[in-house]
Design a protein around this ligand. Structure first.
Ligand code: DX5
Ligand code: ZN
Length: 226
């Protein structure tokens, strides 16, 4: 059944990688008060990507400080099956792993579900979107990287809207509820391209933490229709 009108409102997930990490809880509170829907926690292991960020204890502290926030955890790590339960126990609501980081995506999906979390699967820019089609019915969300994973503040890759549109078409063709998230270089200029291509969730890091008025930016983005 064709989905004639998307009824889901656009959601915004703040990548706290761009926050002042010396004041992480306050910086999370700042964007929550400004109107973000989720906190996007970028976990990096220095192997899957050439950068290192935070372990599960950091998420646990954030969750204790801000128990009502929605924690959108993006695992850019090898062995996601091994570590996902730690992030689930620390308070993750959604755990997204990389298709390229596991030989057994089905087992990874099952491990995250068993840990009690919603499941997302992410693909790097070089991974053809068709590679994730077979999992669309098994996950709650697909995360399309619009930059090479590893760092905030990178420019948006122009081929991203076409990749989003191809996934949106397949999700709608199959009448699935699977959500579509985009991550990297999303800002006031690129966000409309992503919404028009069918994204449900936009991740913003540097554009949000660098905004002179985050609440005004978020109000504009929430007004975009998918
Ligand atoms: C990159 C991360 C993104 C990044 C987004 O590997 O997955 O979440 O922090 O930051 P911006 O919005 O600045 O590109
Ligand atoms: Zn991310």
């Amino acid at each position: 059944m064709q989905t004639q009108f998307k009824t889901r409102p656009l959601k915004i997930s703040a990548s706290v990688l761009s926050a002042d990490l010396a004041h992480l809880a306050d910086q999370c509170r700042l964007v929550l008060d400004a109107g973000v829907d989720m906190l996007h926690i970028d976990v990096m292991d220095g192997h899957f990507v050439p950068n290192l960020t935070y372990g599960a204890p950091v998420l646990g502290c954030l969750h204790r400080a801000l128990p009502d926030a929605f924690y959108d955890v993006h695992l850019m790590i090898e062995e996601p099956d091994r570590y996902a339960p730690d992030y689930a126990a620390a308070g993750a609501d959604l755990i997204t792993f990389h298709l390229e980081a596991t030989r057994e995506p089905g087992a990874t999906i099952a491990a995250i579900r068993k840990a009690g979390c919603r499941v997302g699967v992410s693909i790097r820019p070089a991974t053809p979107v068709k590679r994730v089609f077979k999992y669309l019915g098994e996950v709650d969300l697909v995360l399309v990287m619009s930059v090479e994973p590893g760092f905030g503040g990178q420019p948006f890759l122009p081929e991203t809207p076409a990749r989003l549109a191809a996934l949106r078409a397949e999700i709608d063709r199959r009448g699935l509820p699977t959500m579509l998230e985009v991550d990297g270089g999303v800002n006031a200029r690129t966000a409309p391209l992503c919404a028009q291509a069918g994204a449900d969730v936009l991740v913003l890091g540097s554009a949000l933490y660098g905004a002179p008025d985050p609440a005004a930016l978020l109000a504009d983005l929430h007004a975009l229709q998918p």
